[in-house]
Design a protein around this ligand. Structure first.
Ligand SMILES: Cc1cc2nc3c(=O)[nH]c(=O)nc-3n(C[C@H](O)[C@H](O)[C@H](O)COP(=O)(O)O)c2cc1C
Length: 376
């Protein structure tokens, strides 16, 4: 029998933990580490499934995949093999009990009604545990493969707004509906079943620009933001406060999450050495330079010093917050994020399966002792 799932339960990702944890990027070969080390993440289905079950058993709240269609080349063809995120999420939801699996969906590349039905289907498979990450796209090379045009930045979000309005209508409208917009004219639309449990899937996005953030404030339950390494606790606190206040001015609530890259070892020195080994000595620099060039970041456009800084940052988890150290250090960093008002963080590892057990054994109990999570 279908149980009732409240919208609050979905927003809380099914747990009372003050700091939610997720895994980011496991559907892609090499995950988020642009490295050549042989133990880099395979991204295979077998590994993803074992990882999801391990995370589920440990009470990790969510898995967030990357919507990527074309790898970045280099020596490893970084993120060259990626699972399509909706089918990946549906497969994981079928074989887990508690965690939220997100689909990361490019609004311009799929008709909203097909998307809405896929989301409802995955949500029924997971009995209310599907989450949606709406992305508008930025990578021209990917859009070319679809014969699709990458609209200008503002129009991308205008399009995504209509797209999401249609998805939400398909999820909620009790009767047939028409839709007349700038991009879509739809007649007598009918969509059943509705999502599971009488509520709708959690919606997030990760817009960084004012337009992207305004989209999140209008539509989403969660905004994933880059909190950069140099940002102080006070600055982060102020940033989160401003976003929440802006949402409240629009009569909404929003949770703020970020992304990070964990290298946790018994000693700080071991962690730093492994980090250096993967992310400096054995970085896939050709792939890093391809990624940067796509964003028009070259020594010519940014100057040699700034280019080097960005280059190093990119190899490390594509720019996520680095958390390198022993369990006490990593716990402290996570606790600071919670103190700054963040609801949670999606982390990645060089090899998720090899490294998650140590993180769960050492960091989760420390977070529990600080009252940030239930005891594992
Ligand atoms: C956590 C996170 C996940 C993201 N996932 C994807 C993705 O899977 N595919 C994609 O094309 N863009 C992805 N992005 C890019 C964002 O959707 C967004 O386009 C980017 O942050 C730039 O913001 P803007 O669109 O407001 O300019 C992600 C960004 C973040 C921070």
């Amino acid at each position: 029998m279908e149980r009732t799932v409240s919208q609050d339960e979905r927003a809380a990702m099914g747990s009372d933990n003050r700091l939610k944890l997720g895994l980011f990027g496991a559907n892609c070969s090499s995950g988020r580490a642009v490295t050549m080390v042989p133990e880099r993440w395979s991204g295979s289905w077998a590994d993803c499934l074992v990882l999801a079950r391990m995370a589920d058993a440990a009470g990790i709240e969510f898995m967030l995949p990357i919507g990527r269609w074309k790898g970045y080349g280099g020596d490893t063809d970084y993120q060259g093999a990626t699972f399509e995120t909706m089918t990946w999420a549906a497969g994981l939801l079928a074989q887990t009990e508690r965690l939220i699996a997100f689909g990361t969906v490019h609004a311009p590349l799929i008709a909203p009604l097909i998307a809405a039905k896929e989301f409802a289907t995955a949500d029924h498979i997971g009995e209310g545990r599907f989450g949606l990450n709406v992305v508008c796209g930025w990578n021209e090379g990917e859009f070319e493969m679809f014969g699709a045009t990458l609209r200008d930045h503002e129009a991308r979000y205008d399009y995504a707004q209509e797209w999401l309005d249609i998805v939400k209508l398909a999820w909620s409208a009790p009767d047939d509906f028409d839709f007349a917009g700038r991009f879509f004219q739809l007649k007598r639309v009918r969509a059943k079943p509705k999502p599971y449990g009488g509520s709708r899937p959690l919606i997030m996005n990760a817009g960084a620009s004012p337009t992207g953030q305004a989209f999140a404030l209008r539509n989403c339950d969660a905004l994933f933001s880059h909190i950069s390494y140099g940002m102080s606790l006070d600055e982060t606190t102020g940033y989160v406060k401003d976003i929440k206040a802006a949402a409240q001015r629009g009569g909404r609530e929003i949770d703020v999450y970020t992304v990070g890259v964990v290298t946790c070892r018994p000693t700080v020195r071991e962690a730093q050495e492994y980090w250096r080994h993967c992310i400096v000595d054995n970085a896939d620099w050709a792939a890093v330079d391809n990624i940067l060039a796509m964003r028009n970041i070259t020594p010519e456009t940014h100057g040699a010093e700034e280019f080097d800084r960005l280059r190093n940052h990119q190899a490390n988890g594509m720019g996520g917050l680095p958390m390198v150290g022993d369990p006490d250090t990593v716990t402290k960093q996570l606790a600071q994020l919670a103190a700054a008002g963040l609801t949670g963080i999606a982390v990645s590892f060089v090899n998720y399966l090899d490294e998650l057990p140590y993180f769960c054994a050492e960091v989760l109990p420390r977070l529990a002792r600080l009252g940030l999570r239930a005891a594992p």
